[in-house]
Design a protein around this ligand. Structure first.
Ligand code: SF4
Length: 254
């Protein structure tokens, strides 16, 4: 008999295999979240919110109370749930479009208000579900459907540095970091710290995860890996940026 894959207890087994494309990073980010929830023993009190875009494919991913919202509204919806039921652990999951474009005002204001929620954002440098258009995180020179000659930063700006922005507008008690699906142990550790921060009621917590979209990058396995290991970290620094104790000098590895 074939060995059964080991899944986090908080995953919903009957909805696997999941709906993401082969090679997509979303499943890895959600694995790290599931393991973090399991290890903290908070499955019964965690509420999971996902956004529009490919993150919405996570709507039935977990054995958690889940809510799916549209167009970057996951952050305010989870804020509302947290304010109504402070004993719950509220996780807002989204892509770079949901967090840094159409939902950026929600992210900025929730962070500035130090809402006691956790935002987990997958950065794959494109608008994935709508066909691979240029996103706020598209890298200089990166070709997308709407930047066929490569993103020109002089015309369309540089990629958004989301965690750095969140760190700049939050005060004491916030936790902010950037991980990557190439280092799952580190990513899980960051997500656990973010959830722990919420458990202790200290403040807003935010983790960006560098993730993959081979479908829209039009990359094979080897090219996808290079993109993730070499290209993305040269624009997005991996590590902790802010802990409840204060700013970290530059992004540091954990
Ligand atoms: S389009 Fe990209 S982000 Fe969306 S599921 Fe496929 S690989 Fe993942």
């Amino acid at each position: 008999m074939a060995a059964q894959p080991v899944m986090p207890k908080s995953w919903r087994v009957e909805t696997k295999p999941h709906k993401f494309c082969p090679g997509c990073g979303h499943g890895l980010v959600l694995k790290a979240l599931g393991e973090a929830v399991d290890e903290l023993g908070i499955q019964e009190r965690t509420v999971f919110g996902c956004d529009i875009g490919c993150s919405l494919l996570a709507w039935d991913f977990f054995n958690l109370d889940s809510v799916q919202t549209h167009h970057g509204r996951t952050t305010p919806v989870m804020t509302g749930i947290k304010r109504a039921r402070p004993e719950l652990i509220c996780v807002a999951y989204m892509g770079d479009g949901g967090g840094y474009a159409i939902g950026s005002q929600h992210l900025v204001n929730a962070a500035a208000r130090n809402e006691k929620i956790t935002v987990l954002l997958a950065n794959n440098t494109v608008y994935a579900m709508t066909g691979g258009q240029m996103a706020p995180t598209t890298m200089p020179g990166q070709k997308t459907e709407t930047s066929p000659y490569g993103r020109d930063p002089l015309k369309t700006g540089y990629p958004m540095q989301g965690p750095e922005m969140v760190a700049a507008i939050t005060r004491e008690g916030a936790y902010v970091s950037r991980g990557t699906v190439t280092n799952m142990r580190q990513l899980k550790s960051m997500i656990k710290k973010a959830l722990q921060n919420q458990l202790e009621g200290k403040g807003f917590s935010f983790v960006e995860a560098l993730s993959t979209c081979p479908t829209n990058w039009r990359t094979n396995a080897e090219e996808t890996w290079k993109y993730l290991m070499v290209d993305m970290p040269s624009h997005f620094k991996v590590g902790e940026i802010k802990t409840p104790a204060g700013d970290v000098e530059g992004a540091v590895s954990v």
